[in-house]
Design a binder for this molecule. Structure first.
Ligand code: 9MR
Length: 377
């Protein structure tokens, strides 16, 4: 009788302890559920998003809440580009950029300025400049005004964007044509003088690919030898489900980091649509006619494809976590699939699914697979 009571006592105690443990596990899971990607990855790198005008204006409450829950770094998708922020020699439009910076400050986010010197989306008046001194004056006014305005408020600037061809040589931009390659040094030096505290980056697509990477490294070494302050390199990361270049990504992280730079993944997305021309990167001027064959998932992405994407994102983040000491930030080029530029490139009006959140800003299997690496289910 006595021993039965003792056994009962032990059993009840065991049950209670098990219950407590389960409760603790549930509490822990609850705490983890409360956090987003940014919290899960806080010991590794920033998790960022490019945001559009609606998101800067907090027009959609669901997107606004998601931004704050999941991301701790923001980049303006379009509104700091030259044609928008300085459409004429003496006209600047700071309405959205001011709101963008204020939003980031209000929520204590890392704020990235994108982008000071880019051949694309240039204001027409800059395209017409034919002479070195005039171009240098335009560059000086542009950088001094913009970087100066946000001095101490923007954490880092994409100073020069997409200056390289695929073979690693310098692209024939209006800047190169007028000023020669000295425009690169000039741009970085102007930015450093306008805000000595801000980090300065070179940003490009396909620079994980061997030839372009070699050109990029040579260019950065030249800049460093000329005494230019450059803090980071931005690998854009516009990739395709047809195959992510994992090995080249890893080599790039190692090689760029060996230059003393932090590595940022600045515009990550994975296109799920056919790309018969095997176009890589993000040459925005490329556009081709559409057809139903080219837009195979107009209503939803099949489950098998969702899974394929989840595996690709997980493998990518595994790699980035392995190099967390070298990787500073991973920014997605948009919040939800509906916002992505890849619905319009390189064919207009397609339905693409490149990001971690769907068109209703709900997490996709790809989100869970990235989260799982840090928060075990
Ligand atoms: O996502 C951007 C899209 O809305 C614009 O129409 C396009 C041209 O300004 O730029 C897109 O963003 C580009 C980024 O600024 C630089 N790297 C390539 C990105 C995708 O084209």
């Amino acid at each position: 009788m006595k021993s039965i009571k003792f056994i009962q006592f032990l059993a009840i105690t065991a049950l209670l302890l098990a219950g407590c443990k389960e409760e603790t596990a549930q509490q822990e899971a609850g705490a983890q559920e409360a956090g987003g990607l940014k919290d899960a990855y806080k010991d590794a790198f920033y998790i960022g998003a490019a945001i559009n005008a609606d998101q800067i204006n907090e027009a959609d409450p669901k997107a606004a809440a998601l931004l704050l829950k999941e991301f701790n770094s923001i980049t303006p998708e379009n509104h700091m580009k030259w044609m928008h922020i300085q459409p004429g020699p003496d006209s600047f439009d700071f309405a959205l950029p001011d709101k963008f910076v204020a939003l980031g400050e209000k929520h204590g986010m890392n704020i990235v300025g994108h982008t000071l010197v880019w051949h694309s989306q240039l204001a027409p008046f800059v395209e017409q400049i034919k002479d070195a001194a005039e171009m240098e004056a335009a560059l000086t006014k542009h950088i001094n005004t913009i970087v100066g305005r946000y001095k101490g408020r923007v954490n880092g600037w994409d100073v020069v964007n997409e200056a390289l061809n695929e073979d690693g040589t310098l692209r024939e931009t209006p800047f190169l044509k007028t000023m020669g390659e000295g425009y690169l040094e000039k741009a970085f030096k102007l930015a450093a003088a306008a805000d000595p505290e801000a980090e300065l980056y070179y940003n490009d697509y396909n620079i994980e690919q061997p030839a372009k990477r070699a050109g990029c490294i040579a260019m950065i070494k030249k800049l460093q030898a000329a005494g230019v302050k450059i803090d980071g390199v931005g690998i854009q990361g516009h990739w395709s489900i047809a195959g992510l270049p994992y090995e080249d990504i890893e080599k790039s992280v190692e090689e760029f980091s060996a230059l003393g730079l932090k590595v940022h993944f600045t515009e990550v997305d994975i296109t799920m649509l056919p790309n018969p021309w095997d176009l890589k990167g993000a040459e925005v001027n490329q556009n081709f006619p559409g057809s139903p064959y080219m837009n195979p998932y107009p209503d939803s992405l099949p489950v098998a494809k969702q899974e394929e994407q989840a595996v690709a994102y997980q493998r990518l983040f595994e790699l980035l976590l392995k190099h967390r000491d070298k990787v500073e930030r991973v920014t997605f080029w948009g919040i939800g699939d509906g916002n992505s530029w890849l619905n319009g490139w390189p064919i207009k009006d397609r339905t693409n699914y490149p990001l971690l959140f769907d068109r209703n800003f709900e997490p996709k299997p790809a989100y869970n697979s990235v989260m799982e690496l840090k928060v075990k289910p």
